[in-house]
Design a protein around this ligand. Sequence first.
Ligand code: ADP
Length: 395
Amino acid sequence: MLVLVINSGSSSLKYQLRELADDGTDAPVPVLAQGLVERIGVPGSGVPDHAAALEQVEAELAEATGGRTIDAAGHRVVHGGERFTAPARVTNEVIRAIERLAPLAPLHNPAAAQGLRAMAERWPDMPQVVVFDTSFHQTMPREAWQYALPDEVYTEHGIRRYGFPRPRPPPPPPPPPGGTSHDLVTGLAAEHLGIPRGEFRAVVLHLGNGASATAIRDGVSVDTSMGYTPLAGLVMGTRSGDLDPSVVTHLMRNHGYDAEELDTLMNRRSGLLGLAGEADMRQVLENAASGDGRARNALDVASYRLAKYVGGYHVAVGGAQAIVFTAGIGENSAPFRARVLDRLGALGVAYDAEANRARVAGPHTISAPESAIPVLVVPTDEEQAIARLTWELAR
Ligand code: ADP
């Protein structure tokens, strides 16, 4: 089965054409084509909207498919709110529901909805599936998702930590194959250590432009660092992560910020960009290495925050059996991993500097033999996870 995986950002569209075997696993050559259209909607870029971006993609796909029809498309959507606890087949109503969730993921959901509409117009007969980042966290217990606000703020306005929908009985272990990056990586890490997935306790650190830590107990998510929106938690490329909410009211009251400006400040101008003047970790590391004090400070703030989350989640899971790094920074940035691991000595974590620096393709261990908690690097493959869930719904 040919599955087109689409990840629409506010001004970009990433795609992969994947081939799955009849049982939903990767075909021998799973990725037939992949690419990225950038600067969508940027004046002068020649790509006015997502529909124009798809036109570009279509030309590239025609060659890769060799005339075969694409069987289905799978889209990554960040926020499924309370409504979407599992992947869904796309209808007009589903697209509208994703748009209505825009306040919860202002950087992501509107772009995803545009991508979905453009696809439906261009290929009206191709089944489309949406896969939500939030659905993996449906297993979080109430103690983890509830804010200590008056109850009606939750019951009337739906304000609480997401990544989770309404309380439901935990799914029977083992969870279905595929899923989000955290899900995929959890399974691979358990397998690497030879621990049954249903008994696995871990802290998974997904560190990309967006970043989150997830506490895994009995193989499922019991806590995650993002909150009501993907703004909370860790220091990210352009997002601040955790803040005292009084900062917001203070800036409004005394410095003339309105809601839009605050959204922009916290989502697009903060994080590494705000602290170091660069959102890209590679650049921040380079600047720090050449003596830039702001870059060094940004690395300190980011690694300190992350280490605190690891400590907290070690408690949340009842003693982690693994700390797992994944995604762009987690997989590739040995210096950043080292900065985090240096702070985890109090948990008995010890890493092997050479193993940390080595480039290894699959899941591998970077902790020293005496480390109280094994530390792993596990490459993620979000497109594969999305393709598999799409295959399940579309076959
Ligand atoms: P997302 O999928 O959230 O957009 P990625 O998982 O692709 O993001 O991660 C992007 C981040 O990974 C960027 O900050 C980039 O600098 C960082 N990154 C990628 N390769 C390396 C590397 N070799 N060393 C350090 N950081 C890297």
